[in-house]
Write a protein that binds this ligand. Structure first.
Ligand code: G3P
Length: 215
């Protein structure tokens, strides 16, 4: 499974990129707003790090506006994937953009039927938001299970990008189901690395190493 960071912070992206475990980055308008930088400058900076997949969202709500913004975004760098919301206008725009060869990430997906439609219009990624479903009392992971099964049933090539990930169990469950990608905040990715027994084990090894005769 590919691991993406859900952030627009250059510091966070650079830090994980240097570790070598990062496959991509997803941004959204809320994350971009936190950085206090011009959107296109920020995207150029992220792409310049070498990240191969960088999702950048349109903010227009009509098809023409989405097409205008999507075409502009894709010109910024070959790593850009255009993020389009799951609306009727978004489906129309995705159909056109995908037809032009632009890779589209259909976002704000909350049902398997929406994911089926995203595939129909040629989206490269579909982004179901599992944490926000959990917040509503609906199990977000069940949605991932349904989408993966439906896509398998029909040999759909759209990749399932699990979004709104809140903790490592979301990542684990998504991987067990066979989702293609999970995008997560920096703090969640850090937790994938850590285990208290690793820390304790390392401390003990170093302590014992002191007893080995040196020189
Ligand atoms: O980027 C889309 C999604 O991952 C947002 O997550 O935590 O705002 O629900 P969250």
């Amino acid at each position: 499974m590919q691991l993406f960071l859900d952030t627009a912070s250059i510091t966070e992206i650079r830090s994980m990129w240097d570790v070598g475990i990062l496959d991509g980055v997803t941004t959204n308008p809320s994350l971009v707003a936190k950085e206090g930088k011009k959107f296109e400058d920020l995207l150029r900076e992220i792409c310049a790090l070498g990240v191969p997949s960088v999702s950048a969202e349109v903010v227009a709500t009509d098809t023409e506006g989405m097409l205008r913004e999507g075409r502009r975004l894709r010109e910024i760098h070959s790593s850009i994937y255009v993020k389009v919301p799951m609306t009727t206008a978004g489906l129309r725009a995705t159909k056109v953009l995908s037809g032009e060869g632009t890779r589209v990430n259909m976002t704000l997906v909350f049902s398997a039927n929406q994911a089926l439609l995203a595939a129909k219009v040629g989206a490269t990624y579909v982004s179901p938001f599992i944490g926000r479903l959990d917040d509503q009392g609906q199990d977000g992971i069940d949605l991932i299970r349904d989408i993966v099964q439906i896509y398998r049933n029909y040999g759909v090539r759209t990749q399932v990008l699990v979004a709104s990930v809140r903790h490592p169990i979301h990542v684990l469950e998504a991987a067990k189901i066979g989702a293609n990608i999970a995008t997560m905040p920096y703090a969640v990715m850090e937790k994938l690395v850590q285990h208290p027994l690793t820390d304790l084990g390392l401390a003990k090894f170093l302590q014992d190493w002191e007893k080995v005769p040196k020189g």
